[in-house]
Design a protein. Structure first.
Length: 234
């Protein structure tokens, strides 16, 4: 701590260099045990000594420097691992998104005839999470909000749903990875309805609620209206 005090008072480079040489092995070893990566341990060691330099004036002379450095190294290592995990999650999401954006017609042709039967076998929460993710294209964060859970909770539901779909298809002779299924479903499962149908259905639905027309009669009226609409348009 005398060296720390000397550095704090005069910014002595020599005092700080001596501190580093005395304690660098200790700090590096703590970091290496936590992160199991030599390059990352070097970065953490640098960060710990930067923190020491910044806090030198505020440290009590009674501080046990070796103990303080150990605690700081553990804290910095823990923060670094958290940042790494977040980055890995983002990279996984990015990779999954890239797979979703690549249509796989072969995979789709295999699973399309079985897809709705497979979806019907999922639990409600897994079913809804899969639909929101791959049919509606929602981000995990938004799925979590919609379903009253966290982003991680949404991820778990989606992953469980995908795994059950994979098992369902495998039992029926369609062997695909979960990622391939996700990509094929996302790229192909939702087709655009005819634009004219929006206008006809909207008017028909409103008319049906305003009158006592039966469901069957309403369906016939909608069909006739749609054909007339398309004929006039053409």
């Amino acid at each position: 701590m005398k060296l720390v005090g000397e550095y704090a008072q005069s910014n002595s480079e020599q005092a700080f260099a001596t501190l580093v040489s005395q304690h660098i092995n200790l700090v590096y070893s703590v970091a290496l045990r936590q992160v199991h990566d030599a390059n990352l341990a070097e970065e953490i060691t640098q960060t710990v000594f930067i923190i020491l330099a910044r806090k030198a004036r505020s440290l009590s002379p009674k501080t046990i420097l070796a103990g303080w450095l150990c605690r700081t190294a553990r804290n910095v290592s823990a923060d670094t691992l958290k940042i790494q995990r977040r980055r890995q999650f983002r990279e996984q999401e990015s990779h999954m998104q890239s797979l979703l954006n690549e249509p796989d017609s072969t995979a789709w042709s295999q699973i399309a005839p079985l897809l709705d039967e497979a979806l019907n076998c999922l639990g409600e929460k897994e079913h809804d999470a899969v639909v929101l993710r791959f049919f509606s294209g929602k981000e995990l964060k938004h799925i979590g909000e919609a379903m009253g859970t966290t982003e991680d909770g949404a991820r778990m539901r989606v992953n469980r749903g995908l795994e059950k779909l994979r098992e369902f298809f495998t039992k029926r002779g369609v062997t695909l990875s979960a990622a391939a299924i996700a990509g094929a479903v996302s790229a192909n499962s939702v087709q655009a309805a005819p634009a004219a149908l929006i206008h006809v259905l909207t008017k028909g639905a409103i008319a049906a609620t305003a009158t006592s027309v039966t469901a069957l009669a309403t369906t016939k009226v909608l069909a006739i209206s749609y054909r007339r609409f398309c004929w006039v348009r053409d």
